[in-house]
Design a protein around this ligand. Structure first.
Ligand SMILES: [Zn+2]
Length: 119
């Protein structure tokens, strides 16, 4: 470990101190080697120091009792980014599309069952 800035807090989820950095290529992430929790993203700061800061911030927030909310918000934000990357305007639009696909699949299964039953 080269500097204090690279020091990382114990895992906020399982408490393990076996916490380190993912291997390059960048972006860097902190990863718990015990429960494999990773991240969070350092948002624009892809350095090792940024990854350590993001991890430590979450660990500190978790200790304060709002960490779970922060993790949920981060998960939602990442889902939203993924949805936008796939061409949706929002995660809600992606979820509606997913719901439609599920319904279509259920309808197809129902039709297939009917056809099988009528043979
Ligand atoms: Zn852990």
């Amino acid at each position: 470990m080269s500097a204090d800035s690279d020091m990382v807090a114990p895992c906020p989820f399982c408490g393990s101190e076996d916490v380190g950095f993912t291997d390059p290529p960048a972006p860097w992430f902190v990863q718990c080697r015990s429960c494999l929790t990773e991240g969070p993203s350092a948002h624009g700061d892809d350095s090792k120091r940024g990854a350590a800061r993001a991890w430590n911030t979450r660990a500190a927030l978790d200790a304060s009792g709002i960490g779970e909310l922060v993790v949920q918000a981060e998960t939602y934000r990442q889902m939203h980014e993924d949805a936008v990357e796939l061409g949706y305007s929002s995660i809600l639009e992606a979820l509606e599309d997913l719901e439609r696909m599920k319904n279509d699949a259920a309808l197809s299964r129902a039709r297939a069952t009917q056809e099988t039953n009528s043979e």
